[in-house]
Design a protein around this ligand. Structure first.
Ligand code: AP5
Ligand code: MG
Length: 214
């Protein structure tokens, strides 16, 4: 299966993708995580991506699509996209590449969360610098402040989780990413899930939609 998780910033794509990948063995592909790793390593791609990400803008389509294609060349397992595609041009690029490589998108799952919850989720998000586990200081606190329960890594706030950058990310989402809802509705593979419940409730809804037993 190849699945796309679609949703606004903070809708819970990363949280759900980690659960789904652990349950199914699908390869979790988060373009945001890949860009952040490139930024930390100060690669030319990372330095270029940072100039867009730090302002809440999307990285240009050609850079993103080529990065995904080169990262996934030779991967045989099912793909679970989180944060990709994010524009009509990226969706078309993915369709062409899937056609060339004999794959198809089986389902697009849209995590539907009201705006007021999104801001709260992003402002209080903390992420483990070592294993990537996602926390929230209001809804999913670590046992020990600032320390990951799983691996003991330091919990950090993402540079783009400042309120002014969040606002621009939401604007980019509305303008460039939301049109994907009708793109995938037309393709007959679109499913909306209520993303405003607890992570385990969201996971149950997504899993049952995909026919995965929990
Ligand atoms: P990216 O990293 O993909 O960020 P995003 O889409 O803005 O989404 P987030 O990661 O912020 O949120 P999420 O939906 O994963 O939510 P999470 O699970 O963490 O991209 C960052 C930037 O990179 C972009 O702005 C862009 O510049 C660039 N980029 C990336 N991909 C690109 C592309 N394809 N093209 C061009 N540019 C690209 O949850 C958020 C918080 O809520 C956490 O604290 C979590 O604990 C909490 N939470 C989650 N689920 C629940 C729940 N059910 N109940 C309560 N709390 C919850
Ligand atoms: Mg994410």
């Amino acid at each position: 299966m190849n699945i796309i998780l679609l949703g606004a910033p903070g809708s819970g794509k990363g949280t759900e993708a980690k659960r789904l990948a652990a349950a199914t063995g699908m390869k979790h592909v988060s373009t945001g995580d890949i860009f952040r790793a490139e930024i930390s390593a100060r690669t030319p791609l990372g330095i270029e991506a940072e100039s867009y990400i730090s302002k809440g803008n999307l990285v240009p389509d050609s850079i993103t699509v080529n990065m995904v294609k080169s990262r996934l060349a030779g991967v045989e397992s099912g793909l679970l996209f989180d944060g990709f595609p994010r524009s009509i041009a990226q969706a078309e690029g993915l369709d062409v590449w899937f056609k060339e490589t004999g794959r198809k998108t089986d389902a697009v799952i849209f995590l539907d969360v009201p705006d007021e919850k999104i801001i709260m989720r992003l402002v209080y998000r903390r992420t483990c610098s070592k294993c990537g586990k996602i926390y929230n200081l209001k809804t999913l606190k670590p046992k020990k402040e600032g320390i990951c329960d799983e691996c003991g890594g330091e919990l950090l706030q993402r540079a783009d989780d400042r309120e002014d950058v969040i606002r621009q990310r939401l604007e980019s989402y509305r303008k460039l990413t939301e049109p994907l809802v009708s793109y995938y509705k037309k393709a007959g593979i679109f499913h909306a899930v209520d993303g405003s419940g607890k992570p385990e409730e969201v996971d149950l809804a997504v899993s049952s939609l995909l026919g995965i037993n929990k």
